[in-house]
Ligand binder design. Structure first.
Ligand code: TGC
Ligand code: FAD
Length: 374
């Protein structure tokens, strides 16, 4: 059901993951190290801002290709897919969609080359599910803006050269491109994570951060600005966890064929076959769901509530499959020699960020009842 170009994109990213990611990612996870050495290669494959037009140095691929990129990267690790999601959908997309032509030209080609890394600051320490209630504010002072506040759980925070920061202003929520070397900006790595250990997560602090009006994203005001970026990133996340699920399913299938108990491989037992068949059923359903979503996206018809349904469904099936695969591996399943425990731990973040499972259930609830329960 994929075009030749889509299949070529998938094969290229799959090869990169097999050859460059899988050999190192278990150690990266254990050492809580983001493999920054892979960024130039990721960029040269055209994976950063892959859906944006070629005139800005991007690959100009369709939405299905972006989904396949996310699926294959997350077959490696959710942290690597997170890096690409944030750079592409949460940083390059708002500059493209809400920025001025000067901002597009200044940032997008360097971001596509991986020379300028971005992070996206929406969530705040007092609660991420309700971003309308943000406390970070930007005050106009002559031709400048002065930003004060804090953001929490920010992917790429300590790697970033620029932060897309959403702040309350007298005219509603607005977005700003904040160079991270601006005086008053600090980023602190979040330690002790048991999930997404191969990804950098940070707290950001803004203490009278002064930037010129030219750093404001001029073409959007209100919560629909950041939520519009989330729709793009969540779309990628509907595909990504399928990759994690495929990795776990494949590991469990291979192990079950080789593990001999009671004089036969455990794959010969009905109980294990049912578990593997369930995994295959859920992965196939999830793939059909995102392929249809991708075709709707490419036709300009995708609705945010459809993205919510797919994000909820696919994070849930992937997390359940990862836990089930861990069980099939028995004691071996608790080590990072095998991938399921790493994916299961990562997916605890993936099911939480970009809107928790509950948030997406309530988006669907609002859609079907017409009643806002938030
Ligand atoms: P609500 O009244 O529903 O909407 C306000 C305005 O926004 C519009 N809108 C959307 N636009 C685009 N996409 C969407 N998904 C949209 N949802 C709503 C809406 O039409 C309205 O526009 P307008 O013109 O009428 O003003 O807002 P609400 O305050 O009731 O909030 C609804 C709710 C709870 C669904 C929303 O706040 C929400 O989604 N909360 C969850 C927050 C979240 O997901 N944060 C993620 C932070 S970023 C992150 O996690 C990155 S991890 C990345 C990685 O490492 O991979
Ligand atoms: P809360 O909003 O405090 O939610 C707590 C609990 O309350 C959850 O179970 C939630 O489902 C539940 N809840 C909330 N509202 C309701 C309701 N109405 N009814 C019933 N239950 C409800 N954010 C960014 O801005 N940028 C990033 O790059 C980024 N990267 C992240 C990376 C990681 C590894 C993680 C873990 C998070 C990241 N986030 C990022 C933040 C993420 O988006 C938030 O964690 C998420 O939105 C939830 O917010 P919270 O953690 O404050 O939980």
């Amino acid at each position: 059901m994929l075009s030749d170009e889509e299949r070529a994109v998938q094969d290229t990213v799959a090869r990169f993951v097999d050859e460059r990611v899988l050999p190192i990612i278990g150690d990266c996870f254990e050492q809580a190290r983001f493999p920054a050495e892979l960024v130039p290669e990721i960029a040269s494959l055209g994976l950063l801002g892959s859906s944006l037009p070629e005139e800005y140095g991007c690959a100009g691929l369709n939405g299905v290709s972006y989904g396949l990129i996310c699926q294959e990267l997350e077959r490696g690790d959710s942290g690597l897919r997170s890096f690409v999601s944030v750079q592409s959908s949460l940083c390059m997309y708002p500059i493209y969609a809400y920025g001025s032509e000067d901002q597009r030209k200044q940032y997008l080609p360097g971001m596509a080359r991986g020379e300028i890394i971005g992070c996206f600051g929406l969530t705040e320490p007092h609660g991420g599910s309700d971003p309308a209630n943000m406390k970070t504010h930007a005050k106009k002072d002559g031709g400048d803006w002065v930003i004060n506040g804090a953001k929490m759980w920010i992917t790429n925070g300590n790697l970033a050269h620029i932060a897309i920061v959403w702040a309350q202003t007298e005219e509603g929520i607005q977005g700003f491109i904040v160079p991270t070397n601006t005086p008053g900006f600090t980023a602190q790595v979040v330690h002790k994570k048991m999930s997404l250990r191969a990804s950098v997560t940070s707290a950001l602090f803004f203490d009278n951060v002064r930037i010129p009006d030219a750093q404001r994203l001029p073409n959007v005001k209100g919560l629909k600005g950041p939520l519009g970026c989330l729709t793009q990133a969540r779309y990628g996340i509907t595909w990504g966890p399928i990759g994690a699920a495929i990795a776990c399913y494949t590991e469990a299938l291979n192990y079950a064929k080789e593990r001999i108990l009671f004089n036969r491989p455990i794959a010969a037992t009905q109980a294990v076959q049912i578990k593997l068949a369930e995994m295959a059923r859920r992965i196939t359903q999830a793939q059909l769901l995102v392929l249809q979503l991708g075709r709707l996206k490419d036709a300009g018809k995708m609705q945010p509530a459809q993205v919510s349904m797919a994000k909820w469904n696919n994070c849930r099936i992937a997390l359940d499959i990862a836990r089930e695969a861990r069980d099939i591996l028995g004691g071996a399943g608790i080590t990072t020699e095998y991938c399921p425990i790493r994916h299961a731990l990562n997916l605890e973040s993936v099911i939480t960020y970009e809107g928790t499972e509950t948030v997406h259930q309530l988006v669907i609830g609002r859609e079907v009842t017409g009643i806002n329960a938030f």
